[in-house]
Design a protein around this ligand. Structure first.
Ligand SMILES: Cc1ncc(COP(=O)(O)O)c(C=O)c1O
Length: 394
């Protein structure tokens, strides 16, 4: 028998096990709800991005079922050949209206929206100036573009300015930040970055994956939250988190969107969303407009839970929204905290290197609009008990 050419992968997995960083996938056996069943255990779920509970909202469910009945389950083609249905176009029109931009293109995911956009608007002679904590999909997009990549320390506008000062004025530049940083829940310094972009003639881009449906009026995102309409050239949003379904989108000028129709590789070379996805996303926009109380409840729950964790004495970092990390430093300790919380009936995922920097391991909590106060109090009590047992709280 020939030697296994992939044997080195098993060695890496063994090393992960030795470091206490090996993970098995938690299996959800019920709906994606605030209290649900993973791995045969009923838990308070603090690990989903289902901020508004839309994954199981009746209006989205009904829209998905009706679209499946009308159009079938798949589209059978990429958008640019035979896979653009009228509901794909309706979704893009509705999103453009929602985001107050000329046009929108929808991608298969937020990941492909970021990676496909950055890699197609930039080329090898260009430069991207990027926050060190920007999402992996931005980093991959930068690499695919072959542009020079200049990284500034997290939220350090002064450092971004120094980079810009060192670059030739004529070079094409993209300044890019996450709207909400996914591991820490803090906001990118959008107003200051917009000022920089204007001063140095950069393209300004924001990835609002975790801000979509959470920040701004009716969940329009950080551009709306900071009053930056018209000052951000490329806005990415996701349909997979607060919107509760699947997909990503880019909002901007008609020329930008038409360019992406012609050049963004995931748009050109991967099959379009099933009709149920497009229809459920349209229904989600209706819910965002008609049920603003969901966003209010999300923020009420966020304040309650975050202040509870702080009062217990946990390090919750710099969070400014529903993503609240409980930072413990050591990777194995974060995984143990997560495991023991799970045994106590709370699912909060442990995150260690390479998802977060070495020494910054954590469990990440995300509350939703649909958690009850009792569920959140139950989770706080579990954090208190397990935090003491592990010596994180004294
Ligand atoms: C900041 C950020 N951008 C983009 C994405 C990708 O979004 P999606 O899950 O829709 O691919 C994520 C999701 O993990 C994210 O956290």
């Amino acid at each position: 028998m020939r030697p296994d050419p992939l044997a080195y992968l098993s060695a890496e997995l063994t090393a992960l096990k030795e470091q206490g960083l090996y993970r098995t996938l938690r299996i959800l056996e019920d709906e994606q709800k605030p209290k649900t069943t993973f791995d045969h255990r009923s838990v308070v779920n603090l690990s989903s991005n289902n901020y508004l509970g839309l994954t199981t909202h009746p209006r989205l469910r009904d829209a998905a079922i009706a679209a499946t009945r009308k159009y079938g389950v798949g589209t059978g083609s990429v958008r640019t050949i035979a896979g653009t249905m009228d509901i794909h176009m309706e979704l893009e029109r509705r999103l453009a209206d929602f985001k107050k931009t000329e046009a929108v293109v929808v991608f298969q995911s937020g990941f492909t929206a970021n990676a496909g956009t950055v890699s197609s608007v930039l080329g090898k002679d260009d430069v991207v100036i990027s926050d060190e904590l920007n999402h992996a999909s931005i980093i991959d997009g930068c690499r695919l573009s072959r542009a020079a990549i200049k990284v500034f320390p997290h939220k350090d506008v002064g450092a971004a300015r120094k980079i810009l000062q060192s670059l030739p004025a004529a070079q094409r530049k993209l300044l890019i930040t996450d709207g909400v940083f996914s591991m820490d829940g803090d906001l990118g310094p959008l107003p200051a970055l917009c000022n920089l972009a204007e001063e140095f003639g950069c393209i300004m881009m924001v990835d609002d994956a975790h801000a979509s449906g959470v920040f701004g009026k009716n969940g329009r995102g950080t551009v709306d939250h900071f009053g930056m309409h018209g000052r951000v050239d490329i806005q990415v949003g996701t349909l997979s988190k607060a919107v509760g379904v699947l997909g990503g989108y880019v909002a901007g000028t008609r020329a930008l969107i038409e360019y992406l129709y012609h050049r963004a590789r995931p748009f050109l070379f991967s099959t379009s969303h099933p009709p149920a996805v497009a229809a459920a996303c349209i229904a989600a926009i209706d819910v965002l407009m008609d049920e603003p109380q969901l966003i209010e409840r999300l923020w009420d729950n966020t304040r309650f839970f975050q202040s509870g964790l702080k009062q217990l004495g946990f390090d919750t970092g710099a969070s400014e929204g529903p993503i609240t990390p409980v930072i413990v430093g050591d990777g194995a300790l974060a995984m143990t905290l997560s495991d023991q919380l799970f045994q106590a009936g709370v699912f909060a995922q442990g995150l260690a290197f390479p998802t977060v920097a070495v020494g910054k391991a954590r469990v990440r909590t995300i509350v939703t609009a649909t958690h009850t106060r009792d569920e959140l109090q139950f989770a706080l009590d579990a954090f208190d008990k397990v935090g003491r047992q592990l010596g994180i709280l004294r």
